[in-house]
Write a protein that binds this ligand. Structure first.
Ligand SMILES: Cc1ncc(COP(=O)(O)O)c(C=O)c1O
Length: 390
């Protein structure tokens, strides 16, 4: 059969060659120093594992309600009340939906909000899924260049808004740069989106990975990642998207959630019902236990690894300090006259895996290094990178 003839334009429009090339090259290596991984290297805390195992043993293996199991929704309501001050659920104009990964929420939101030809403003550098979300529904991603400090400010976004703009996709802490916006930057972006009647989607999957100097105490005195969700009545104008995968090391469990205006959440729920059906049952039960678990020791450890990475790389190149996540997005020094892709090939020849900037950007001047890896291999990888850039 001529399968090529059958493939729809939306699938043709998606080009996975950049990242596939890195993985293909990586596959040929034996025991590489892998600094390309986008997931934590700490073990899942035992109570979380146990809760998922118990769920399986206690026969919670069927479909759940589309919105998510009641006990998890209750925990999430409490969490959101304490963390962003939102009243969510019964009788409130705000609601939440448990989704199949953070990705699940992002896919549903783009299906729900974007008509063919509509526009979604995304940062450049971006999380690889963002431009493809637009393509999958025939919409257009409009790139907001955020080099060199990687913050998607209102000032940078404003000139890009058109009558077709439906969404501003905000991601702080950001993948691939680790950039964290300040409270004032969050407020200005929210004000702009409100004034122009554009939905602000705040992808906060890395919110727990926010390092000391980037945190804010403005809410409840707890040092947290600044968020547009914490401003007055933000719940009417923001779709807050969060996940469990990175925070608790359960990326394979496919668990996320979103919260925002009830009318929007109802629409997302309708689409979830006819696509994902629900988030995985045992994962939902496991995550009920997750919300109480203190991950701060791991975050401290990541903060110290960040220090090591910055110290070493700054011997040879420019790196802006990532306030969060577990990535640095470093510039390949001009004196080397190499693109990101060429530099990464040299690293791979030396058994080190990193990702070229062009996987996340229209430019190819940087590389992404993940420090979610054991300190010893991080140190060995840094030795190679520093030597190559010297
Ligand atoms: C910024 C960002 N958003 C969303 C996701 C998707 O996360 P999940 O595994 O929960 O679908 C990722 C994963 O890397 C990410 O980096």
């Amino acid at each position: 059969m001529d399968i090529a003839r059958l493939i729809a334009d939306r699938s043709r429009a998606i080009d996975a060659s950049g990242i596939r090339r890195v993985f293909d090259l990586g596959k040929e290596l034996t025991d590489p120093i892998n600094l390309s991984i986008g997931q934590p290297d700490f073990p899942v805390p035992d109570p979380i594992k146990q809760a998922a195992i118990d769920a399986i043993n206690n026969d919670h293996n069927g479909y759940t309600v589309t919105q998510g199991v009641a006990a998890l929704r209750t925990r999430l309501r409490e969490h959101l009340k304490g963390d962003v001050g939102w009243d969510v659920g019964e009788g409130s104009p705000t609601d939440l939906l448990v989704t199949a990964g953070t990705s699940g929420a992002l896919v549903l939101a783009s299906m729900c909000l974007l008509n063919p030809g509509d526009e979604m403003i995304i940062p450049d550098p971006y999380f690889v899924m963002y431009p493809n979300l637009a393509k999958m529904v025939g919409a257009r991603a409009v790139f907001c260049d955020v080099y060199p400090d990687f913050i998607m400010t209102a000032e940078r976004v404003e000139p890009l808004i058109s009558p077709k703009t439906k969404i501003v996709m905000f991601n702080s802490p950001a993948n691939p740069t680790g950039a964290v916006a300040t409270r004032a930057q969050c407020r200005d972006l929210l004000d702009l989106c409100r004034a122009r009647n554009v939905l602000l989607i705040s992808d906060e999957i890395y919110d727990e990975f926010t390092y000391r100097e980037a945190r804010t105490d403005e809410f409840n005195g707890r040092g947290r990642c600044p968020s547009p969700a914490r401003f007055e009545n933000a719940r009417d104008d923001v779709l807050l998207v969060r996940g469990f995968g990175k925070t608790y090391g359960v990326t394979g469990w496919r668990m996320g959630y979103c919260a925002g205006p009830r009318d929007l959440i109802n629409e997302l729920g309708k689409l979830q019902q006819f696509t994902f059906t629900c988030a995985p049952s045992m994962s939902q039960h496991g995550c009920i236990a997750a919300l109480g678990v203190d991950m701060s020791d791991h975050i401290e450890d990541y903060q110290s690894r960040r220090g090591l990475v910055l110290r070493r790389l700054r011997e040879v190149t420019e790196v802006s300090t990532p306030g969060g996540a577990f990535y640095v997005f470093a510039k390949i020094p001009d004196r080397l006259h190499l693109t990101g892709a060429e530099f990464v090939e040299r690293c791979i020849e030396r058994n080190v895996l990193i990702i070229p900037g062009n996987v996340f950007s229209r430019r190819d001047t940087h590389f992404r290094l993940s420090f979610a890896t054991k300190r010893d291999s991080l140190e060995r990888g840094l030795d190679v990178l520093v030597e190559l850039m010297r």
